[in-house]
Design a protein around this ligand. Structure first.
Ligand SMILES: Cc1cc2nc3c(=O)[nH]c(=O)nc-3n(C[C@H](O)[C@H](O)[C@H](O)COP(=O)(O)OP(=O)(O)OC[C@H]3O[C@@H](n4cnc5c(N)ncnc54)[C@H](O)[C@@H]3O)c2cc1C
Length: 481
């Protein structure tokens, strides 16, 4: 794995900048003056080499690496402040990954940081990160349209910067718009006649105001469970509609397993810091990784048998992946289909949250009709129905033609549900050249974003310097979404 380009290394340690210039000089400019000038010019009188659409953790981490590599980069995000993508999610959300796994590139959380960060705390951390890493971020800026100018070999990107239309001409365009950003909203017959409130889980802000009301949550993965539990805590009458089976793993179990893993206090004591841990994990080929996950998934099922029995007893449809390899493989193959239990499962097992199995076939004025003909009354419907492939962003911002040319993002080609074969070998289209010149996709959880932003940043820097960086085969596109 390429760590750096000879002759274009990041300045660090001994080679870091001095910061101050010794001596005296007329017209000396301060650090702040230079910074402000750079901010004023970039994207206005001087074009960025790289434009990153999306200033979530993905865009910010990549932006930091490019800054360190001297690649002029602009990050645009439609939110008002860096970190808002987390702040604007439902109130009860906390990271489900433990702190040792979640550091941003270059600096780690301090050692008092909680194991599981609440979403607003992560939002503030990201905002601070953008500031201290001196990233060029245009907030309140929406990317509206982009097309590749074949003749000029660059992108023509229209953004709305706080009401003002600006055209940018970057050579490289990175969509860091989020794997969990393109909502999948099912089109159920009659939905337009529903007289209550209905929205996708990404629009759900919290359970306030729903006390005593009938709330139906369609879906049975992470967001569905979190939202059901939050509505229940606020006194709502909650029903979860489970359409297909779910892999559930208690957070406490993952925490126990993690204690001896590469991202842990034990690993730190053994001299394995986050960068070494990334290399250890990243150098395990995807081809064999399921063989490592399978025994762990089996151990969890045995160890937590009573927990799983309690869910089966109320009709909750469980799975551990088609080949019994558990939650980690589901994440890599499809990025969905699981719940890390932080309390929602007990509410289901105790029937505090009602459970219905089946597909929604119709929405009526104040109810949801299921495939078995049963009807559930509803004042609120939350569609916790997941997110689409990231090439949907290319369809929205560039064109359907480019989205189809590039094909599906994420997944390994395992031939399991939502991850059709043939085998790809790496996550489709992520962090590597795509079928569209100058177009890149970046995203994933905090750990993936941290680690793979390195390889993406090196490839972008190499292009700027005219160096070749061949990558693991970019095969033909087999699936468009
Ligand atoms: C309920 C839930 C729980 C999760 N828990 C975890 C967890 O525990 N650990 C973890 O690592 N991950 C978790 N995730 C995944 C999480 O979504 C990602 O880790 C994180 O948000 C990805 O960061 P990102 O920067 O790739 O995308 P995002 O955070 O989605 O950021 C994308 C950004 O792109 C911007 N954008 C989109 N379109 C445009 C446009 N046209 N113009 C300008 N800006 C645009 C958005 O405003 C947004 O700020 C969770 C996700 C959900 C939904």
């Amino acid at each position: 794995m390429i760590q750096e380009l000879k002759g274009f290394e990041e300045k660090r340690g001994e080679t870091r900048e001095e910061g101050m210039q010794l001596g005296t000089m007329k017209g000396r400019r301060s650090w702040l003056e230079n910074k402000l000038q750079d901010e004023t010019e970039l994207g206005v009188s001087r074009q960025p080499y790289c434009l990153i659409v999306g200033g979530g953790q993905g865009g910010l981490g990549l932006g930091a690496r490019l800054k360190r590599l001297g690649v002029p980069t602009l990050i645009v995000d439609k939110h008002e402040r860096p970190g808002d993508a987390w702040r604007k999610r439902y109130k009860s959300l906390c990271l489900h990954d433990a702190v040792w796994y979640d550091h941003m590139p270059y600096f780690s959380f301090p050692d008092h940081w909680p194991v599981y960060s609440p979403k607003d705390k992560i939002g503030d951390w990201l905002e601070m990160y953008a500031k201290v890493m001196e990233l060029n971020v245009w907030s309140s800026t929406e990317c509206q349209k982009a097309h590749y100018d074949e003749a000029a070999q660059d992108w023509v990107v229209t953004v709305d910067r706080d009401g003002e239309k600006v055209t940018l001409r970057p050579k490289q365009l990175v969509l860091a718009t989020g794997m969990s950003g393109m909502p999948n909203v099912p089109c159920y017959p009659g939905a337009d006649l529903f007289t209550g409130k209905q929205h996708h889980s990404s629009q759900h802000r919290g359970g306030e105001g729903y006390a005593g009301l009938k709330c139906v949550v369609v879906g049975s993965n992470n967001s569905a469970h979190d939202i059901c539990a939050d509505l229940w805590e606020h006194g709502a009458e909650v029903t979860m509609i489970q359409r297909s089976s779910t892999c559930v793993v208690p957070l406490s179990t993952l925490r126990e397993l993690g204690k001896s893993g590469p991202y842990s206090e034990a690993a730190l004591k053994a001299g394995i810091d986050v960068n070494k841990a990334d290399l250890i994990v990243g150098s395990t080929p995807y081809r064999i990784i399921h063989q490592l996950h399978a025994p762990v998934a089996q151990r969890i099922q045995k160890q937590d048998a009573a927990f799983y029995d309690s869910l089966r007893a109320v009709g909750f449809n469980l799975d551990f992946g088609e080949d019994d390899t558990g939650i980690g493989m589901k994440y890599l193959r499809r990025g969905s289909g699981y719940y890390i239990d932080v309390g929602g499962s007990a509410l289901i097992a105790e029937r505090q949250i009602a459970l219905k199995n089946g597909e929604v076939v119709e929405i009526k004025q104040r109810s949801v009709v299921l495939s078995d003909g049963s009807e559930v009354g509803a004042d609120l419907i939350v569609y916790a129905t997941g997110y689409g492939s990231m090439n949907g962003w290319a369809a929205e911002l560039i064109s359907q033609e480019v989205a189809d040319k590039v094909g599906k993002c994420w997944g390994l080609g395992s031939g399991t549900a939502n991850d059709p074969g043939p085998w790809e070998g790496e996550l489709r289209n992520m962090w590597k050249p795509t079928a569209q010149e100058g177009l890149w996709f970046h995203g994933g959880n905090l750990a993936q974003s941290r680690h793979y932003s390195l390889y993406l940043a090196v490839q972008l820097k190499a292009r700027m310097e005219g160096l070749a960086t061949p990558v693991y085969g970019r095969g033909p596109v087999h699936h468009i979404n």
